[in-house]
Design a protein. Structure first.
Length: 451
């Protein structure tokens, strides 16, 4: 249970100085001219102003709100029940209070919206002394993301409309909607045999299909490595020398810069890239291979931890604006997850995929330069991008020339756009794959893993 913060009413409920000036004028005129009716009218108006001010303050301080759930993590398509209890702590009735549970605009503007609402999240209620009422509605999670639910705004005032008071009733809760995963279990993802596509720099395991040469037999060499033809020809035992190789995992490099992920393609293309990356990570996990992540995107949870939210406002418009996700970020530090195996690493990476947002911080070229020293040299650098400006292309080709195993998934619907980006990479012997739609994720992942 989340208790409402004891936020005080902001200065919006301060005395109406125009009314006070009018009351003082009536009293002054009545005393100067001996008009008792004017004096009585001034006194009555003063009492009315005082009573209404006091009434608005009591109503605002008496109503508390309690949210029934905290931060949750859900899959796409799941439903979340939101329930907010309103309680009048005083003995006096509260004639009216407007309750609104705010949602970020980005979660509601698309069709279908990222969060579909069933029920009402805005309601005007009357509370008798000690009474409790409930505001409840249901959220359907249609799209992956990190969403702020709340805060709950309470608005009340006196019966004559002279005063209006606003409060934040409950702090927000945060919902993490995980990306969908395309199952790849029906595909031959990889083999545990020491027969791999990539020659390793360190002698992880010898590949019997990659014969490098022969040498004189040494104690400790297995008999299966004896080169019998050379032994028979020379009369001395000789052993085969193999190149080390392995089926390597992948470090997923995800470009989420705003300039190369244009708004006209949102949120379809970004979600498609993240779904593809999450599917590949799950496939590598199931195959027992290492997987890592490097991205220039923005982690929504990190943004909220650093920027926070303000709990007290002068007007409701400012509350609504604060509940919206900020669109700009000057973050210049990439999000990195070292290559590793196991369910813990997979869960951490899936949660990161759910919270990723576009950013205007590091470009892809800057990301590769910044993170190259921290990427495992024994994994394929698998880059997922929408557009490839010249500086990004130069960074990718440079990475391949320095000995990295690089592959690129081009996330674009138009085959002409794919051809324009893929041409220079193919000339540089970099494998490229076309991700045109969600239906092709399984094929792209399979081609990438079996290249």
């Amino acid at each position: 249970m989340k208790r409402s913060p004891d936020t005080k009413s902001p200065p919006s409920g301060s005395p109406n100085f125009g009314l006070l000036a009018g009351v003082c004028t009536l009293l002054l005129v009545g005393m100067l001219f001996g008009a008792s009716l004017w004096v009585l009218a001034g006194i009555a108006a003063g009492i009315l102003v005082f009573v209404n001010s006091r009434l608005a303050r009591i109503w605002s301080d008496s109503v508390i709100a309690t949210r029934n759930t905290g931060d949750v993590e859900r899959k796409m398509g799941s439903r979340i029940d939101v329930e907010i209890k309103l309680t009048n702590r005083s003995r006096l009735p509260v004639v009216w209070v407007l309750v609104e549970d705010l949602l970020p605009r980005q979660a509601l503007i698309f069709n279908p919206p990222a969060l579909a609402i069933e029920g009402t999240r805005v309601q005007v209620v009357m509370l008798w002394g000690g009474q409790t009422k409930t505001l409840s509605y249901e959220i359907t999670c249609n799209r992956r993301g990190y969403y702020q639910i709340g805060p709950t705004v309470l608005e009340t005032g006196d019966l004559m409309g002279l005063y209006r008071r606003y409060r934040v009733g409950t702090t927000p809760q945060y919902v993490t909607v995980l990306p969908s995963i395309v199952p790849l279990s029906t595909y031959e993802i990889g083999s545990r045999r020491p027969i791999g596509e990539i020659r390793m720099r360190e002698n992880v395991m010898d590949d019997p299909t990659r014969l490098r040469g022969i040498r004189r037999w040494q104690p400790g060499d297995p008999m299966r490595s004896v080169h019998w033809a050379a032994t028979a020809r020379t009369g001395t035992l000789h052993s085969k020398i193999y190149e080390p190789s392995s089926i390597a995992g992948a470090t997923l490099v995800l470009d989420l810069h705003a300039d190369t992920n244009p708004i006209k393609h949102e949120p379809v293309r970004t979600d498609l890239a993240i779904t593809t990356a999450a599917s590949i990570a799950h496939a590598l996990h199931d195959a027992g291979e290492p997987f890592g992540l490097a991205t220039n995107g923005r982690d929504a949870a990190d943004r909220i931890r650093s920027e926070g939210w303000v709990g007290d406002y002068r007007v409701r418009d400012e509350v609504t604006a604060a509940a919206s996700m900020q669109s700009e970020s000057d973050r210049l530090r990439p999000i990195l997850q070292p290559a590793s195996r196991g369910p813990v690493a997979l869960r951490e990476m899936t949660g990161t995929f759910a919270r990723l947002e576009r950013t205007d911080g590091l470009t892809l070229a800057e990301l590769l330069t910044e993170s190259e020293s921290q990427i495992s040299s024994e994994t394929t650098v698998l880059i997922i991008l929408q557009m490839c400006p010249p500086e990004s292309l130069a960074a990718i080709l440079g990475l391949a020339r320095r000995g990295w195993a690089v592959a690129v998934i081009i996330n674009t619907h138009d085959i002409n756009d794919y051809s324009a980006i893929a041409g220079p990479m193919i000339a540089g012997r970099i494998p490229t794959f076309h991700l045109a739609s969600a239906d092709l994720i399984a094929d792209v992942c399979r081609q990438t893993m079996l290249r």
